[in-house]
Design a binder for this molecule. Structure first.
Ligand code: NAD
Length: 476
């Protein structure tokens, strides 16, 4: 318990786990085996920078190896610590089980503020951290496969893959040692957008169920819904961008490190992202109102609140004041266990992190499979699919040319129907399918069991059930 009376991040995840496990009939001892983190490795290493040796501290935590490899991102942030990395690793176990990616849960972190280093320095630091983990098999295509998280992206993943290849020159599956790589370095189309895209698909699926919409006191579709977003990084930007440009949602507030900007008519998300890139923050964004007190905007009137930055931002201090009837946890752990209880009693519907941000690991799974199969998705069948469609189009055109038949093809039918799916379309289709199926597995528990009143508990129950089944299959 911290000085503020709030449990730590890891304790918070454990409390949520316990709530679900208490409603399940698990064999004695298995509950604890699933909950505990198997191992955490702490490494301290030095890198010569700017004429001196600087020492960095990093972690790699493996929560569960019921399936291998264990999977989970690497975070670069100044306040990374063991408790946080273990909490994130445990969430990875439950997330992977919920979206049926065949992985255990892991997570890594490096205590560093990447904004304080240039590209060359970051490469040296990343390479050295990767070296330390690779030599202990804590990065390995068969055992432990990292991905991006806060403060890391394609560039860091490319460096990790390169370092692994240098140290394992005869491993034909070397590229599968890490996901989230750039497409030209063994990555997959659609990975960068995947977590934000998954948040969009999760909301689309939620809005397909009138009973669930009503449970949040909402009605209608995503069109016109007022949305508050915290964190316009990889996840927050893509979620806000797709929801506003494809679903008609109105992003009224964006909260960043330096404050909040708002516009009741809706913020232009692409323009705001460019502004942040140029100016380092949201302050001064033309046409919007600015306030330095960003956290207060989590309490703004809106339909949907999307925390997409860091953990613990909705806690026992502000939970009672949160007005959003629907929260979707794009970030990991944005709602503490204490706040979760307050919000549940208020009737707020929370689409939980273990489901909401699983788009990243889902597309990472596709990338890992692509790397192991050494072939891009769609390469074999795309043209064959087009040729079969061509047969139908030719036949329809022959028929419509008959003067006795009075109909014509719609102008763009031909090109839309003829086009075979490329990698990006296949990735999006696989992600959409995954998000729909996982939501349905959660809502079935939510609606069929009287003792389950929220999606988080339902999600944990589905995940714990699957992990338990995997242990049982091993004879445990
Ligand atoms: P990111 O580094 O790309 O972006 C984080 C954004 O949040 C930045 O714009 C940063 O300025 C902002 N931010 C940081 N602290 C803030 C604060 N106190 N108040 C307001 N804004 C703040 O990180 P990301 O990859 O988008 O990750 C965000 C969250 O999503 C994390 O919780 C991460 O674990 C989770 N997540 C990420 C992925 C992924 O694929 N990248 C996958 C699953 C979950």
């Amino acid at each position: 318990m911290s000085a503020t009376g709030e449990p730590s991040f890891r304790q918070s995840v454990d409390l949520m786990f316990n709530r679900a496990a208490a409603l399940m009939d698990l064999p004695p001892g298995l509950e604890e085996k699933i909950r505990v983190c198997n191992a955490t490795y702490t490494v301290r290493f030095g890198v010569r920078l700017r004429g001196e040796i600087r020492t960095f501290t990093g972690y790699r935590s493996v929560h569960s190896e019921h399936m291998e490899p264990a999977k989970g991102g690497i975070r670069f942030a100044p306040n990374v610590n063991q408790d946080e990395v273990e909490a994130l690793a445990s969430l990875m176990t439950y997330k992977c089980a919920l979206v049926e990616t065949p992985f255990g849960g892991s997570k890594g972190g490096l205590c560093i503020d990447p904004r304080h280093y240039d590209d060359f320095e970051l490469e040296q630091i990343t390479r050295r951290f990767a070296y330390e983990l690779i030599k202990r098999d804590m990065i390995n295509p068969a055992q432990n496969v990292p991905a991006p998280d806060m403060g890391t992206g394609e560039r860091e993943m490319a460096v990790i893959a390169d370092q692994y290849q240098r140290m394992n020159t005869t491993d034909i599956n070397a590229k599968a040692c890490v996901t989230g790589k750039p497409p030209h370095a063994g990555g997959i189309q659609g990975r960068v957008e995947a977590t934000g895209r998954g948040v969009q698909y999760a909301l689309q699926e939620f809005f397909r169920h009138p009973e669930d919409i009503a449970a949040a006191g909402l009605s209608g579709t995503l069109d016109g819904k007022r949305v508050v977003v915290q964190g316009l990084g990889n996840v927050g930007y893509h979620a806000a961008h797709f929801l506003s440009t494809e679903d008609g949602a109105i992003i009224t507030h964006v909260i960043e490190r330096d404050g909040v900007v708002s516009d009741p008519e809706g913020l232009n998300i692409n323009a705001l992202r460019d502004w942040i890139a140029e100016n380092g923050g949201v302050r001064g964004f033309p046409g919007a109102e600015y306030h330095e007190e960003g956290l207060k905007a989590l309490e703004a009137e809106c339909d949907i609140l999307i925390p997409a930055a860091i953990e613990g931002v909705i806690n026992m201090h502000n939970a009672q004041s949160i007005k959003a009837p629907l929260i979707i946890e794009a970030a990991n752990g944005p709602v503490t266990a204490g706040a979760d209880e307050i919000l549940r009693h208020k009737g707020t519907v929370i689409i939980p992190d273990l489901y909401a941000n699983a788009g990243g690991v889902t597309v990472s799974y596709f990338e890992w499979v692509k790397n192991l199969s050494h072939i891009r998705f769609g390469r074999m069948q795309r043209r064959q699919e087009e040729a079969r469609h061509q047969l139908i189009v030719d036949e329809l055109e022959r028929l419509s040319a008959d003067p006795g038949i009075n109909w014509q093809l719609t102008p763009n039918f031909k090109e839309r129907y003829l086009r075979g799916a490329g990698e990006l379309e296949l990735v999006r289709s696989g992600l959409d399918d995954t998000m729909r199926a996982a939501y349905q597995s959660m809502r079935e528990v939510w609606h069929t069991r009287n003792d389950v009143t929220d999606l988080r508990t339902a999600g944990f129950m589905v995940s714990i059930g699957r992990v338990a089944a995997s242990y049982r299959a091993k004879g445990l």
